[in-house]
Structures are given as C-alpha cells and as structure tokens.
Design a protein around this ligand. Structure first.
Ligand code: HEM
Length: 199
C-alpha cells in the first residue's frame, strides 16, 4: 500500500513546475547522485548510512520526492518518522544536510525560488526527524522495541550478520529485535560485534 505522504505532509501539494525543472525525473536523479556522493563522504552524515548502499538511498529518496512532486503513488518505503527513528539528528545537522542539498540543486541549474520550494518539502518533515534520543519505530500504532535480542534456531541455513560465517540448519543464533540481524552463538556469541551496534 502506498504511504500517502501528502496527507501527512500537511500543505504539500504536488509541484509539477518544480518536477519539470528537475527534467521530469532525469535531473532529480543527477541531483541525488551528486548529493549522496557528498553525503557518504561527509564526516557527520556519512556514518548514518553505514548500513545502506548509496544506490538504495538514491532510489528511495527519488521515489519519495517523485510522489510528493507529482502526486503519483510510487513510494513504498517507511514514513520519515520510522525511517529515522533511531538516528539522533540535531537541528544544526538537519540544516547542514539542507545546505548540502541546496548547493547540489544550484549546481544542477535550479534558481533560488526553486531551491526554496524544494527546501519547504524537507522542512515539513523536520519535526519528525530531529530528536535528541532514539525513538521506537511504530508499526500500526505499536512501538517496536529499540534494543534487545530474541533466540532463534536457524531453519535452512544462512550467514551470520556479524562475521559472515555459515549458520547451518538447526544451529542456535540470536536476532536483534528491531533490525532482524542474526548472530551465531558459537561464532559471535549471539551479539553484534563491537562497532556494529545500531542504536
Ligand atoms: C540530517 C538529516 C538526515 C539524515 C542523517 C538521514 C539519514 C537517513 C538514512 C541513514 C537513511 C537510510 C535508512 C536505512 O536504509 O536503514 C534514510 C532514509 C530515508 N530518508 Fe533520511 N536522513 C535525513 C533527512 C531526511 C529528510 C529531510 C528526508 C525527507 C524530507 C529524508 C527522507 C528519507 C527517506 C524517504 C528515506 C527512505 C526510507 C526507507 O528506507 O523506507 N531524510 N535517511
């Protein structure tokens, strides 16, 4: 089911003129390609993306913005609150990201009025994204645990998310309640190796 961003996005009506300025998608893809290259290289923003590929970030953001700008239901990802629930993002870091985006938009030919209209979209979601501590993800109104592990017996076989070793059919493992990442009991003691912790 589509996410119905527009109702949540308050006054965000589709903006066909801005979509046209972004060459009906081709220009937007170029902007996002440039933007995420800079985001991944940015010392403050880059670390948030260590569990997501640049291509995935671009594709999700493209669909999200396309839906908002055209009104066409094409985004099937998380809402901004859930997508960022574990990320501690300050107003100042949010401003920094906006600045980076504005610079990319200018480099790709948008004028100041168009940059300001683009920024209005981000601003609608600021309150859902900026926070001083992680918030639980919500699924149909229910809060999902932020931390903790459950026990699982591997059916079929998979790879340990900690070290990549094979977890054979019937072996004991533990999985992170929020992320679903699975760690073998024998290889990784059923826990995330140091430095991999998400929240
Ligand atoms: C400093 C600000 C921000 C940071 C650090 C940030 C970081 C991230 C990261 C790391 C992901 C990937 C999550 C994952 O795949 O597990 C993500 C996804 C996403 N972000 Fe942001 N973000 C920021 C601001 C925004 C803003 C302003 C918007 C939109 C207005 C936005 C929209 C999205 C969308 C649509 C996704 C995809 C959600 C999904 O995977 O279903 N983000 N963000």
């Amino acid at each position: 089911m589509a996410v119905r961003l527009r109702r949540r996005g308050g006054d965000l009506a589709p903006d066909p003129e801005l979509w046209a300025a972004l060459r009906h998608g081709d220009g937007l893809r170029e902007v996002l390609d440039d933007f995420y290259t800079r985001v991944y290289a940015d010392p403050r923003l880059g670390p948030f993306f260590r569990f997501a590929t640049r291509e995935r970030a671009i594709d999700k953001q493209f669909a999200f913005l396309k839906e908002l700008l055209t009104g066409e239901e094409c985004y099937f990802g998380d809402r901004p609150y859930n997508a960022h629930h574990w990320m501690v993002i300050s107003d100042e870091l949010f401003d920094h990201r906006e600045q980076l985006m504005a610079d990319c938009l200018r480099r790709h030919g948008l004028d100041e009025a168009q940059v300001a209209r683009f920024r209005r979209i981000d601003e609608v979601f600021r309150k859902q994204i900026v926070k001083s501590e992680p918030k639980p993800k919500k699924l149909r109104g229910e809060a999902i645990p932020l931390t903790g592990f459950g026990d699982v017996v591997i059916a079929g076989g998979t790879l340990c998310d900690g070290c990549g070793q094979a977890l054979d059919d019937g072996s004991a493992a533990r999985y992170h309640l929020r992320t679903g990442q699975t760690y073998g009991l024998t290889c990784c003691d059923g826990a995330e190796p140091r430095g991999l912790e998400r929240a």
